[in-house]
Design a protein around this ligand. Structure first.
Ligand SMILES: *Cc1c(COP(=O)(O)O)cnc(C)c1O
Length: 402
């Protein structure tokens, strides 16, 4: 696609004494912020009105999001974590909730904060999202819900999960933290399952500083979430259930509105950058990508690659250290997987029970991805990875491993 993808770096990798690919560090993320002038008049209105939280700007933000997603209700909340907690509470879930382990911890936290038991299910080896087959195999009579994550912005297999939830009579929710702007088979993420919950924190696509958004077509569930974000108090101080303070402030909603205005352009930009990464890395032995169907769109909240040690010549941790020396920031999303963290010892299904998750956790490496990155950055990162590989043990000096 781009001539820049042909860029090569001469000399040794930085970790072996060569010149770093990036003289100035390339950060993993850099949140997009609006021009202050865009929110200034909202800010003046908010301060003049003295309505500081859950007021008219929040209502406007909810309406715009609902229009954008084509969903009946959007309920703005203080975070995605709080939104997930509320949805499970508002839907009256009991017993067990099936969750992936290859996700951010907050997915499972929402279940545990409700006194529910998280039951971890394995992922699909190609998409790395929750496998409906694996979910079916761990869903017991005590299960009341499935909570799946649209990973890195790549939509889950919503059809298979909806079919499973219907067949087994359980509710289906999505942790859509990464996925405002994702599309599954022509349908925007936000319309699937019983509810989907977005994050509006700075590293996500739609940014309000802090915040979350519950999207649902279920009138009753939406109403209970609205009451639930206000302690469970519908206004008469006779709390209907034990809710939270999960309100969104007016200032956050103003930021969210500004972010929504530029969302499409930013998703498009990230898809271009992802394509450049793939162009530069496609032919590198030992590097692969999670699969995204042609008919779907990811937001690329993260751009994650998978490293096969035998063919690449280095393991993932060693590559991360070599990239660090090149001035390239990376993360291991998601290692350790949730079930292997200290907090989840009590719910760890035990060794070998989540083989695909464990394999992905051992191989995943997330590369820098943000809209303001330069066109030259992905090709240069790819060139740095190729240079590191060509000097790795398996390949010898510059020769391919096979
Ligand atoms: C960021 C994130 C969350 C938490 O979102 P907050 O708005 O920070 O509460 C939940 N799930 C996933 C998958 C995330 O990446």
């Amino acid at each position: 696609m781009s001539h820049l993808a042909d860029e090569t770096l001469s000399g040794l990798p930085a970790i072996a004494g060569g010149t770093p690919a990036f003289a100035q560090r390339l950060p993993l993320v850099r949140p997009s912020v609006p021009d202050p002038r865009v929110i200034l008049s909202d800010l003046e209105d908010i301060l003049a009105s003295r309505v500081l939280t859950n007021g008219p700007i929040v209502r406007r933000f909810e309406e715009r999001c609902a229009e954008t997603l084509g969903v009946a209700h959007c309920v703005a909340v203080s975070s995605c974590t709080a939104g997930l907690m509320l949805v499970l509470r508002a839907a009256g879930m009991e017993g067990e909730v099936v969750v992936p382990s290859f996700t951010f911890a907050a997915t499972a936290h929402a279940a545990v904060w409700n006194g529910l038991t998280p039951v971890f299910a394995d992922i699909d080896p190609h998409s790395l999202t929750l496998s409906a087959e694996a979910a079916a195999s761990v869903l017991s009579d005590r299960g009341s819900a499935i909570l799946a994550t649209h990973l890195y912005g790549a939509p889950c297999d919503t059809d298979a999960l909806e079919q499973l939830a219907r067949a087994r009579g359980v509710r289906l929710f999505f942790d859509a933290a990464h996925a405002f702007g994702s599309i599954r088979g022509g349908v925007p993420v936000g319309r699937f399952g019983d509810a989907e919950v977005f994050s509006l924190s700075p590293t996500k696509l739609l940014v309000a500083g802090e915040g979350g958004l519950i999207a649902t077509n279920d009138d009753e569930l939406a109403e209970r979430c609205r009451i639930g974000r206000d302690y469970g108090n519908p206004g008469d101080y006779d709390c209907r259930f034990v809710g939270l303070n999960a309100r969104m402030s007016e200032i956050h909603a103003a930021l969210g509105l500004a972010s929504l205005a530029s969302l499409e352009a930013r998703v498009a930009r990230r898809n271009d950058l992802a394509e450049q990464y793939r162009d530069g890395l496609r032919a590198v032995p030992g590097v692969s990508f999670p699969r995204i169907r042609d008919e779907d769109r990811s937001t690329y909240k993260d751009f994650t690659i998978l490293i096969e040690q035998d063919t690449f010549g280095l393991n993932t941790g060693a590559l991360a250290r070599a990239l660090e020396a090149e001035g390239i920031d990376t993360r291991r999303y998601y290692a350790p997987p949730v079930h292997a963290t200290h907090a989840y010892r009590a719910w760890d299904p035990g060794p070998g029970r989540l083989p695909v998750t464990e394999r992905a956790a051992g191989r995943c490496l997330t590369l820098p991805m943000w809209e303001g990155m330069g066109d030259q950055d992905p090709p240069l990162v790819a060139a740095a990875i190729r240079r590191i590989r060509s000097h790795a043990n398996a390949g010898g000096a510059g020769s391919p491993a096979r």
